[in-house]
Design a binder for this molecule. Structure first.
Ligand code: SAJ
Length: 445
């Protein structure tokens, strides 16, 4: 089958390569020729991706370009950045893609939208737009479906090929044709539904994660006040057969979980209070971590102003080089406001807007505090390296762990998110316990 994939980013490029590897004749299109070169040369570091691209290019089945050509199937993978209350801006790239497809659309063609969109977009916005621009009729002349991606950055190629896929047709025939396409490239189940349900399911998946992480973040503060290690408590609670709590962290980054739930909140804000609050809780985490760093420094007699703080891991999570919505930047912004000197350290991150030191030993030289923000695999065994790092730092140093990477930090004042303070292995200086029952409730009970 001849496929044209529009948007060669994090999803479009691997999708184009997988289609080609499964025997389709693929043209990958991106409006930015520079980006096209970078992507194909391997700027996207995902295990197995370069091999997949090579197979496609060498076989002649994967070609790239900046303009759309005729095809049997068009797959749209362009970005949909959330811009509050401005659907026109959110959908600008999708609508531009539709405009570029319309002159090439022929009877029998299939159009698949993969970009994350508010519920109803495929049927209410894309379908009438494509009908008008092409002069064809959806459901009889051509077919249209919404098929969200659900891959995990860091394990993208494997998940693209093996995860179950939701296929949402705007009508039965569209669903059937899109399902047939995905059955040629994925080994996971292909679940067919309507386009609105598919759009909603995609948003629900990432909203579930956002709310679950917000709960873990809130539990982290409660555990600290109670003098409990939240990660141990979560691990135990998760042994319940129907509990699946996620982990607290210094903030929620990436291009999906902090963004996608807004597509639901925006439509009906008054009915989405829980989701809005969860997003606010997660967005507040970098500030809370920064203030914990300031508080901890004060306890060892070091004013935050002028303190040298090393933030380890500027990627949005461990094991990826992606820095989009990086919690480290949020933590740094708060620290800068208090006059701290921030050093960024990361072994793999690319595209961070400030200088980043890849070498940990060089980064910690003369520092007052060291804070783990992303749990890169390169930090495994960090505990053993800490004595060496301490000798390079100023006297009386602080170690902050927001990801549960180390168990102890001898010779440091040690603060763990969701646990509290420890010095030389002993829990000390816990925050003042908050009343479990508020004064008001106490009076009424
Ligand atoms: N995070 C936590 N605690 C956790 C898990 C994650 O604080 O327990 C943080 C991470 O550190 C990171 C952010 O959340 O900053 C997101 O990381 P992630 O690994 O949970 O998710 P992404 O953004 O890399 O990929 C997500 C995945 N969705 C879910 O886990 C529900 C992926 O499956 C989706 O396909 C992808 O978004 C997407 O494209 O929508």
């Amino acid at each position: 089958m001849k496929c044209c994939v529009l948007g060669l980013g994090y999803i479009g490029l691997p999708t184009a390569a997988l289609l080609a590897a499964r025997g389709h004749d693929v043209l990958g299109v991106d409006v930015d020729p520079q980006r096209l070169d970078l992507m194909v040369q391997g700027v996207l570091r995902e295990s197995g991706l370069m091999e997949l691209i090579e197979v496609g290019v060498l076989s002649g089945r994967l070609r790239t370009g900046t303009t759309v050509h005729e095809a049997d199937t068009f797959v749209i993978c362009v970005p949909t950045p959330h811009v509050a209350g401005r659907q026109d801006l959110t959908l600008a790239d999708v609508l531009a893609a539709i405009e570029s497809i319309a002159p090439h659309l022929r009877k029998g063609n299939l159009v698949v939208l993969e970009s994350t969109v508010p519920p109803g977009t495929t049927d209410d916005v894309i379908r009438p737009c494509l009908d008008r621009l092409s002069g064809l009729s959806c459901g009889s002349d051509y077919f249209l479906a919404y098929c969200p991606e659900r891959v995990l950055p860091g394990n993208l190629v494997h998940e693209l090929a093996h995860n179950a896929r939701i296929v949402g047709g705007v009508d039965d025939e569209s669903g059937r044709r899109a399902a047939a396409l995905f059955r040629t490239i994925v080994s996971g189940e292909v679940l067919v539904t309507g386009s609105r349900t598919a759009e909603m399911s995609k948003l629900m998946e990432n909203t579930y994660a956002a709310v679950n992480i917000a709960l873990a973040n809130e539990l982290a503060w409660l555990a600290e006040y109670a003098g409990i290690d939240v990660r141990e408590a979560i691990a135990l609670a998760n042994r319940h057969p129907r509990v699946n709590l996620m982990n607290p962290g210094p903030g929620v980054g990436g291009h999906c979980i902090p963004v996608d739930p807004w597509f639901l909140v925006d439509g009906t804000p008054a009915s989405a209070c829980l989701i809005s609050q969860a997003l606010r809780t997660n967005d507040g985490m970098p500030g809370r971590v920064a203030s914990a760093i300031g508080d901890a420094l004060a306890r060892i007699g070091k004013p935050i102003s002028g303190a040298r703080v090393v933030l380890m891991g500027v990627a949005y999570k461990g094991g990826v080089d992606d820095v989009r919505e990086s919690p480290a930047l949020g933590v740094a912004t708060w620290l800068w406001e208090s006059g701290a000197d921030v050093i960024f350290q990361d072994p793999i991150a690319t595209g961070f807007p400030h200088p980043v030191e890849p070498d940990l030993l060089a980064a910690v030289s003369g520092a007052d505090a060291l804070a783990v923000i992303a749990d890169h695999p390169q930090y495994l065994g960090l505990e053993l390296l800490l004595p060496r790092l301490r000798r390079l730092m100023r006297p009386n140093p602080l170690f902050v762990d927001t990801r549960g990477v180390v168990k102890s930090a001898e010779g440091f004042l040690f603060w763990r998110l969701g646990c509290g303070f420890a010095k030389d292995g002993n829990v000390v200086l816990n925050r003042p316990a908050q009343p479990v029952v508020s004064e008001e409730l106490r009076k009424t009970s």
